[in-house]
Design a protein around this ligand. Sequence first.
Ligand SMILES: [Zn+2]
Length: 311
Amino acid sequence: MDDKNISIQLKPLTAIWTGDALGKFDWKELKASSIIGTFRWWYEKLFSEKTSCCISTKNDRCSLDNKTFFKNILEGKDVDDSLKESGICSACRLFGCTGWSGKIGLIIKVKENKDIELNFIFKKALSNIEKANFLFCLYVVTNYAAIGARTSQGKGVVEVQNKEIFNNQNCDVISLNNKTKENFFFCKIPIEVIGGDEKNPQPKEIAKNIRKIIRRVIDNTKERHEIFGFVSGKERRGSKIFVSNRYEANEKKYELRIWGYDSQKYVNCIIEKLSNENKLDSFKLDIENKKEINLGTILNNYKLLEVKSNE
Ligand SMILES: [Zn+2]
């Protein structure tokens, strides 16, 4: 990463969705707004002082009062300090809000082999903390979660091709608080694909089935809607638990990702449920070899990456 941009090369492991309301999907038309929205969401969840700024419909969304802001600038104050003073949260300082266009732009290139290059352009200078936080955000999303839309329904899992971009991070300035560390869980579960052959491969889209099974861990309808989301007329709430489709992790070994926030108390029940319903038509989940990890551990591993690369 230099001062002007950061480019990350991704190999899609499941389909990536940034599609429109008509449900059309085209690799050539991945929408930058949707992809950048993913990173904004994570940045906000990980680092913002506000808990739901960009997705909130309430009055606590950030909005920049230009009059005060420009007055501060004319008086010689620093841009970031002036934004802070105007009550703009860290996510909005980086990604923008009403009255402030943000610091990051994105250009997407889809290559012939369908690999994707995300080139994040820094339109305005990022502080050291912003750079470090943004890079960590990229690391978490690409390694443990998914990008784009419909990530709760299996889309958007990728593999980073230029992993060296994470070698020169500045971990010292990343400060996740303990609540944030504990608020997330991430799980990778190996899957054995049963039957099928090259001519008739087993389906990759299994997230829906898995979700159907794990929804049943919560009997109470209200609570279930709170955790797994719902659509009712114009009201819509996103899921707090995400399940990926199956993908090839390495040489003919398959796995899927499950991750979530504010729902850790259900993780054990979910794992137990999946252990009991181990066989899903054409798949067998290898629950014993699952990798479960929290944000605190991810951060520690990430820091070790830096130590290693400095040797
Ligand atoms: Zn904000």
